[in-house]
Every structure is written in C-alpha cells, then in structure tokens.
Design a binder for this molecule. Sequence first.
Ligand code: BES
Ligand code: ZN
Length: 627
Amino acid sequence: MRTLLLLATAALAASAHAADPHSYADTDKFVVRHVALDLRTDFEARRLEGTVDLTVEQVDPAADRLTLDTRDLEIATVQLVEASGRSRVLAFKLAEPDPILGSELTIEFPSCCAATAQMTIRIAYRTSSEASALQWLDPAQTYGSKPYLYSQGQAIHTRSWIPLQDTPSVRLTYDARIRTPPDLVAVMSAARQVDEGAKAGEFRFTMKQPIPSYLIALAVGDLKFQALGPRTGVWTEPSRLAAAAHEFADLPRMLDAGEQLAGPYRWDRYDLLIMPRAFAYGGMENPRLSFISPSTIAGDRSLVSVIVHEMAHSWSGNLVTNSTWDDFWLNEGFTSYLERRLVEILYGERRASMEDAIAYEELVRTIEDLAAGGHPEDSALHLKLAGRDPNEGTSDVAYQKGRWFLGFLEERFGREAFDAFLREYFDAHAFQSIDTATFRAWLLEQLKQPGAPAISAAEIDAWLYAPGLPPTMPEVAQGVFAPVDQAAADWRAGRVATDALPVKDWIPQEWVRFLDQQPADLDDGKLAELRSTYRLGADGNAEIALSWFELVIRTAYEPAYADLERFLLDTGRWRLVETLFRELSRTESGRALGERIYAKAKPGYHRSIRDAVERLLYPGRAADTAQ
Ligand code: BES
Ligand code: ZN
C-alpha cells in the first residue's frame, strides 16, 4: 500500500513537472520565447564561447525559479538584464548530470530581482569539446583543406550548445552573431543578415518564425553558394558545388510541388547545405536550410527523395511539430507520406511504388526485430520513451507505419478529400506543436463533418497505440518489381548468366530490390561474379552499396569485408551505419567483425551515431558508460 502511494505521488510529481519527459523545462511557469546568441567558434579548443540572451515570459506569476536544460556546458554567469540595460547577477545551480537528459540548470529570483512578466536572462557560457550536438571535423574529413563544424539538434542535443528549454513543445524565434576564423563562412537555419560593413568572419542571422529548439542549427566551413532559381540554392564546399548544383537542379520544381500539395511555403527561402561525409544523417530538416549528406549525390539524381523528404518537413515537422519525442511519428510519418506523394508528382508512379515496396519490406523486418528484441511496444506509432534516449524511437515504424496510417486514411477519404484534409491540418496547426492525442481528437472531429468517411476510433487506435500492423493496413503492391524478381530467380537457378542480367535498364531502386531478395545461402561463386562484374562495393550509389553490404554480411562473404570496412570508415550517416551494424550484430562472428570495424570508425562518427551503434554492439551496457 505504502509503495503504491509513493509510486502514485512520484508519478504525479513527474507529470506535474514536465509534460515532455525529455526536458527539465517547467513550461507552466516560464516559457522562453526568443534566443539571441553571440558566439565565437574556437576550432583549436573545439568549443563555442559567448553569451545567450533568453527572452523569458512568466506564465505563472508566483513562479520564482526558472529551470533550463543543459548538457556538458560550463556556465560562467547568469544575469537578469533590466529594461534600462542594467544587469543584476543571479544565483544558479547546475545539477549533477543525468546520462540521458544532461544537467538541470536552476536560476533563482530573490526579492531584489523578482521575475517579471517578460525579462531577459543573459547566460555567459562555453561548450565542452565533447558537446553532443557539435561535430568538429579536421580538414582531412572534408572535401577541402579547411576545418568544419556543424550542429545536430534533434532530438535533445541543442542543450549541449545552448542553455534553454530544450523541448519541441516550446517554440521560439532566434537571432545570432557568430564569429569564425576569417577564412570560414557560417550558415544557420535562419535568414542571413547582409551587412556590408561586417568584418570577415562575422555573421548575423535571424529566424523570425517560431521554431522548436532542435531546429536551431549552425555550420561553419569553407562554404560557397550557388542559386538554383529565385528562392532556392545550394551551399557546399567549393570542390562539390558543381556536382551538387547538377544533382539538385530540380529543387525549384520540388518546392512548387510541395506548395501545391501542402499549402504555402512559409519560410521564404529553401536552400540545401551539402555536408562532409561524416554528417550524421541522410538529411536534417533545419528550416530554410536542410543539411544533406553527400551520399545523396549519385550523379544520376536517383537519390533525390532524401531532398524531397527534408523539404516536406517544411510542413510536417517544422510548421506542425511533434510536442514530445513520443509523438515523433507526427513528424516522420506525415513527412514520409508527403515524400511519397511528391515523388509520384515529380518522378512518376513507378518510382514512387518502387520506393514504397522497398520501404515496406524494411518495415516488416523492423517490426519483427522489435518484437524479437523484447520491445514490441516500440512498433506502436505513439511511443513511450520516458527514461530512454529519444533517438531509440527512430525506427522505420515512425516513418513507414506512419506513412501507411495516412495511406489508410487516404484510401478511406479518397485522394481529393484527403488532400483537402491535409491542407486543413497544416493550416489549423501552423506554427504549433501538437501531440498524438491532439491529432486524434482533431481527426475524430473532422470525421464528424458531413461527407466524411466512416472510420472508427478503434480502427484509428489500432494504428496509434497497438504494436505491429493493424488489420486495416493497405496492401502494398510488389508487382512493380516482378521483372527484377524474375531475373533474380532465373539467375539463382543458373538460367541467366551474371553478365547477362538485364541491368542496363535498371534504376538503382531495382538493384536494391535484386540484392535485397538474395538469400543468406547464396554461394560464394555467385557473390564473387556479382562483385567483379558490377564493381559492387566500390564507390557508386550509396543505396546499392548499402544493399550489397547487407548481403555481404548476411552471407558472411569474407572477400568483401575490407570493402565493408572502408565504406563504414568513409560515411557517418546514421541509416547506412545503423543498418550495417545491426546486420553485423545478428551473429557472433558478425558482431566480432563489427567491434573491430567500430574501433576504427568511432572517432569519425557523431556522438549520437556512436550511441546508436553501441546500443547494437553492446546491448546490455548503460548509456553513460557507452561513450
Ligand atoms: N529528422 C530526420 C533525421 C533525424 C531523425 C535526426 C531522428 C535525429 C533524430 C530526417 O528528416 C530524416 O528522416 N532523415 C533520413 C532520410 C529520410 C529520406 C528518411 C536519414 O537521415 O536517413
Ligand atoms: Zn524526416
């Protein structure tokens, strides 16, 4: 009884304190509305140093302690800056770090300096050289001869370079002054302020639309820009600029298609920043400026769906944002659905259904893996990540089960009515952060409108709250791959020689299908022929390489292990790295190989990717010892 009572009080305290289990922010008391950064990059010490001015609104007039999120920050001073400009020093306390959440920073307001309805809090600080958001790259890790720095905020890393309320439930505007070495250029997820008189190495930015903290982003390097149309363009290192501009020439068309489908583009410009190879993601939807992995430059524009995806986040994710990481599917499921629709508009139904078919097979596999790994509940759309690293929620479920939930709704509504529903969804929730329950309530409301289709709450809840795929899962056509599957069967049976495969007409997605369908007992002779005839695993299309190396691991084809190692040393991209280490960790010998490769590759990986790999290679190990 007593334990029960205690438990109940603890649960109450927790829920009263924070709606977002991954933040110390107490948003019933104070809300940070604006962030003004003034930071200097120190490439030698691998630190950012300077001040942040937080514009804080007092929500509860009785509130006298402001709690913020930080991780590994060195805080020098905290001041209350009065309207007159006079500042008063405030006492603060930095708590012992929690391995997942970081350190709670508590700021007290004594009677001399009471909190006011709106106030400016100035914090002078510097980041740790190990800041989890920041990756500092040596010139050797870039496409040029200068060092490089970038930040990756999602999910809860912004707190490692800015002390703030690091929860997606809070939206804020920001501005920044960034000082860099004179030969480098800074870019941010914000509008550049052009200042003719500015010194080399000094850059100013403003983001006037309110965004969640994880979308504040910075990159510094030897960067050049090329326009692609009046409101789009590409930034990258000089040696990659021409290739990038060629690969992403469709950008203006993509943005037009996005507006047609989802409504007006509300961020003014849309540019891409093509990153060095170590970049942790295929793409990251930083507003106005998506950060993109160079592995998307295939030469033939075959991997541009990554761009379409990040651009689609301009609506799903950036305009309407998941309010906690348990609701991550609202960002990624909607985006994957929009991506699918846009690929169809831009590149045709055939390519779109190929990408669907490939992604569906991966989804089925992921759901099986989650169940086998003792986490079947992670295959519900709504997650329960309290006490866990929110990046653990990053699986195909949010993306592809989310995509198919919307596919199911589309089927019931009919395409035209569903398109109107989508527009309405973005308009009704623009610049808001919402959770799954809010979405559910809104959907049920829409279903009461005259002419709306019959969809029951139970059908919806099976998608949102139950593991696995529900009975209303639409059928995913695999027929588009019938010719490839036939060729694969003929080849395995020896009816078609390796060099007679009809690959001349294959697009990369067909190669991926061909390789994904090969069984674990495929013989070494066939693997050797494939490898030498088509130069698999040498450089080339990243998605084909990924499927090839998955096959190499599945079949334990040792002659290609050196290629696999080179590939994993050459990229830092989560999807590539995670997929291959997951495949390696399925067997004893694979895991041993994985450990050997990881020991060499680790220094080149972003910290969040290290955490993800270590969860696979050392499943029992706690997050705090896994660094
Ligand atoms: N927002 C994600 C990247 C992300 C997810 C960062 C979770 C941190 C935590 C981005 O939009 C994304 O999904 N990128 C994918 C590519 C996409 C085409 C599926 C990637 O990086 O592979
Ligand atoms: Zn995404």
